[in-house]
Design a protein around this ligand. Structure first.
Ligand code: ATP
Ligand code: MG
Length: 325
């Protein structure tokens, strides 16, 4: 892609607004030093030296949007607890933050205890059952109000109960086929997404949905076409790790390799793909441009530790200096 065109698309990011709907959570890291063995149990005693809290799940998509300076609104659920305030704080950059407090569940939190560079354990606080009916009603009515003022919706389903079948159907209805909907589907709900803008499963998830192994180009082509027939999305983007991505649109399929990198941490690559792909389409880019730029952005992210994000400059720079990206 020529740099002037990349710059033009990045410039158009100023004009778009994206709604992120899904499972928001807190990623917490408690760092410390392993001092000695506990007299109470055969476990180390850790002296805490620092705490880091980050928006996780759908919150990581928001983080990706913020890093690209794209206006975003967020719709999700939290508990009625102290963590809910932490979550609001972590998402305070949203133009409109719509978190529905569900008294029946805790705010989803994943806490890791890390001694030196070693993760000792993870403590999860969550209730992953579907939200109760009255909360679902509220999600549906807020989505219906929020979607028309956005250029695109990213449904970020981490299987924590927010994205129910009825929420999915109502989002698709509220978009009136005008607002672009992107989904990184959970395999269990894959089949509910009929007629969305783009589905972005990885090859394992896509394969599980149709009961096939999707490794080679030929296998991916066959499986992808089957998914296109079943669900009729405008596009299907199957991500394939170091092999890059395959894009299906109507009857066409194209494979986009990537420069395989040494992976430091693949966490969050999927969120970067869906964020950049959706933003480029919302900003008026073509599907090829969206694939090119999201492939490149994800390549940058996997080479970093933690759920990393990219900036506009890095997208442009990565493009201008491929040997250094
Ligand atoms: N080794 C790699 N080298 C270069 N790019 C990579 C590598 N691994 C992943 N990527 C990039 O990240 C994209 C998404 O990776 P992958 O298909 O593994 O997604 P995922 O398993 O859904 O990720 P996540 O764990 O974040 O959900 C790929 O399409 C590619 O652009
Ligand atoms: Mg993924």
């Amino acid at each position: 892609m020529n740099p002037a065109r990349v710059q033009q698309i990045l410039g158009s990011f100023d004009k778009i607004r994206i709604l992120v709907l899904g499972d928001f959570m807190i990623d917490e890291y408690r760092y410390g030093r392993a001092e000695r063995l506990s007299p109470e149990a055969p476990v180390p005693v850790i002296l805490e030296t620092g705490v880091r809290q980050l928006p996780g799940g759908a919150g990581n998509v928001v983080k990706n949007l913020e890093s690209l300076k794209i206006k975003n609104t967020a719709l999700g659920v939290c508990g009625q607890d102290q963590e809910a305030e932490v979550m609001r704080g972590l998402l305070s950059g949203c133009e409109e933050l719509s978190l529905i407090a569900d008294r029946s569940r805790p705010t989803t939190k994943k806490m890791r205890i890390v001694a030196g560079t070693q993760q000792i354990c993870r403590l999860d606080q969550e209730d992953a059952s579907s939200v109760p009916r009255e909360v679902e009603d509220e999600i549906v009515s807020r989505a219906d109000r929020m979607i028309p003022s956005c250029d695109a919706v990213i449904i970020s389903d981490y299987d924590k109960g927010v994205v129910t079948e009825r929420v999915i159907e109502s989002c698709i209805r509220s978009s009136h086929e005008k607002v672009f909907i992107s989904v990184d589907p959970q395999v269990s709900r894959f089949g509910f997404y009929h007629g969305v803008g783009v589905l972005t499963p990885n090859h394992h998830e896509a394969g599980r949905f149709i009961g096939m192994r999707l490794e080679t180009d030929a296998e991916v082509e066959k499986g992808g076409r089957l998914i296109m027939q079943k669900l009729s999305p405008r596009m299907l983007l199957i991500t394939r790790g170091e092999k890059g991505m395959s894009l299906f649109e109507g009857d066409s399929v194209r494979h986009f390799p990537t420069r395989a990198r040494e992976v430091f941490d693949v966490t969050g690559a999927g969120d970067t793909v869906i964020t950049v792909f959706t933003a480029v389409i919302a900003a008026g880019g073509t599907p090829e441009e969206a694939v090119f730029l999201s492939n490149q952005a994800a390549g940058l992210v996997v080479a970093r530790l933690g759920a990393a994000t990219v900036t506009r400059e890095e997208i442009l720079f990565g493009h201008e200096h491929p040997e250094r990206s």
